[in-house]
Design a protein around this ligand. Structure first.
Ligand code: AKG
Ligand code: FE2
Length: 341
């Protein structure tokens, strides 16, 4: 499929970078310790404000141990350093999206990256498939599953702040997630060389970006970035760099949060530049609702002046279609705009 001529990815990069000043770095210490304290209320306010503007913010003192994060990075580097043949043995398929992939598409264009995806062990109510794990690194599986769990705990805490910011009870959305969520972790590797160089394949379209522009499909995303910049967010016709902050996790809202909030919160359009000089790694965790969840604007955020903007979206179906589009070109990728009233 030919990309649209007027592609968002061809818009200019901002000369000044207000993201650095405006995407807040929010200290979660008080929120995690005593969510009714004044400092926690300030943090909740900042989170809601960020969700209504850039859709991005960074969190520090997020409760995930530095030693754990270091181990996650170590295992991530080791995975992508495996010989190509061994990575290809972990390759995902259309039926089973878990494992390695080196020619992922975003909006039907090939990304210059390699990825490795996994979900909860023995719980996959959308695809009913098993995780793939590398035999060569026995510690990998335990480290990664611990990471999924740590991110889930933090993600559910942030979900409370997201709800409070919409004047909903803190745990209003929890029934769609707790014990039933379909979240997953992705390891991203952006090499300087095209990952398909030297591999014979019919997927040879140019990969001119690390990830082409997209919004994340689910509730919210918790991202570990390494020290190499490359992530950019799109706003009003311009692209802005999202800085890397040592020890922080970068958070952004996803499509389902935009739908629940009836557009009060924005799922930001973002992308990653192609790495030409320095390789880059990142590790997003996508907190996604239960497979059978029907996502629709929350009644209390809708009124006569601000009617419902979306028809209900069956999460399992939406996610399945998005993952198909990542795998291969099956026509236009599904978007929440397809459900707009
Ligand atoms: O690599 C990054 O910083 C962002 C990755 C991302 O947007 C994604 O995997 O959806
Ligand atoms: Fe993303």
């Amino acid at each position: 499929m030919t990309p649209e001529l007027n592609d968002i990815d061809r818009q200019p990069v901002a000369k000044h970078n207000p993201v650095i000043k405006q995407v807040p770095v929010i200290d979660l210490a008080e929120l995690l310790h005593d969510s009714s304290s004044n400092a926690a209320l300030t943090a909740i306010d900042k989170i809601a404000q960020a969700c209504k503007t850039w859709g991005f913010f960074q969190v520090i003192n997020h409760g995930i141990a530095t030693t754990h994060i270091e181990e996650v990075w170590k295992q991530t580097h080791a995975l992508f350093a495996l010989p190509t043949k061994e990575k290809l043995a972990l390759m995902r398929s259309r039926q089973n999206p878990w494992g390695f992939y080196n020619h992922e598409l975003t909006k039907n264009q090939r990304d210059k990256k390699e990825v490795f995806d996994f979900t909860l062990q023995d719980f996959d109510p959308i695809y009913h498939q098993a995780n793939r794990w590398p035999r060569q690194h026995p510690q990998f599986k335990a480290t990664m599953l611990a990471h999924l769990e740590a991110c889930t705990t933090l993600g559910l805490k942030l979900l409370e702040a997201f709800c409070l910011g919409l004047n909903l009870p803190a745990r209003f959305l929890h029934p769609h997630f707790e014990g039933t969520h379909t979240g997953f972790v992705r390891l991203n590797y952006y090499p300087t060389k095209d990952p398909l160089a030297g591999i014979s394949t019919d997927h040879s379209g140019t990969a001119d970006l690390g990830i082409h522009h997209h919004t994340d499909a689910g509730g919210l995303t918790l991202l570990l970035q390494d020290h190499v910049t490359g992530l950019q967010v799109y706003r009003d016709g311009l692209w802005y760099d999202v800085p890397t902050v040592k020890g922080a996790m970068t958070v952004n809202t996803g499509d389902m949060m935009q739908v629940w909030s009836n557009d009060a919160y924005q799922a930001p359009i973002h992308r990653v530049l192609a790495m030409d000089h320095r390789e880059r790694y990142s590790i997003p965790f996508f907190l996604n609702p239960a497979a059978d969840c029907l996502v629709a604007p929350v009644p209390s955020v809708v009124d006569a002046k601000n009617p419902r903007h979306y028809k209900p979206i069956g999460w399992g179906d939406f996610r399945g279609k998005r993952s198909d589009g990542d795998f291969a070109d099956y026509g236009a990728e599904v978007q929440i705009s397809d459900y707009r009233i």
